[in-house]
Design a protein. Structure first.
Length: 120
């Protein structure tokens, strides 16, 4: 896999799988979509901080799809590379050694989407 676009590819690979499953269980996906929309909306916490929290949780769970999705969303929500790096640092502190692996992947994903600019 081209490392320069790895995280774009992760999302591209997952999209058809999600579409196929969504056709089989549309109510579950609709409910999850509504919950996600409500949970990620700006409130006391801005959306960018919520996306950085979700990114950190993706790191702890070792979920490449979560990392790619929330890295992209954090960029769109206005998070900076410095903010992403600090969120990764918190996940490393909470998760230890495995956090250094998935944290590096998450930061690379964030930078990939940030550097792509309007292409995200």
């Amino acid at each position: 896999m081209d490392q320069q676009h790895r995280h774009h590819d992760v999302l591209s690979d997952l999209n058809p799988q999600h579409r196929a499953l969504r056709q089989m269980i549309p109510g579950v996906y609709a409910g999850f979509g509504e919950m996600s929309k409500a949970a990620m909306a700006s409130g006391a916490l801005d959306a960018k901080y919520k996306e950085l929290i979700a990114l950190a949780i993706g790191i702890v769970h070792g979920c490449d799809g979560c990392i790619a999705s929330h890295a992209k969303a954090a960029v769109r929500a206005g998070a900076s590379k410095e903010e992403a790096a600090e969120a990764v640092g918190v996940s490393i502190m909470m998760y230890g050694g495995p956090g250094t692996i998935y944290g590096a992947r998450a930061y690379a994903a964030f930078c990939e989407f940030a550097d792509a600019g309007s292409e995200t």
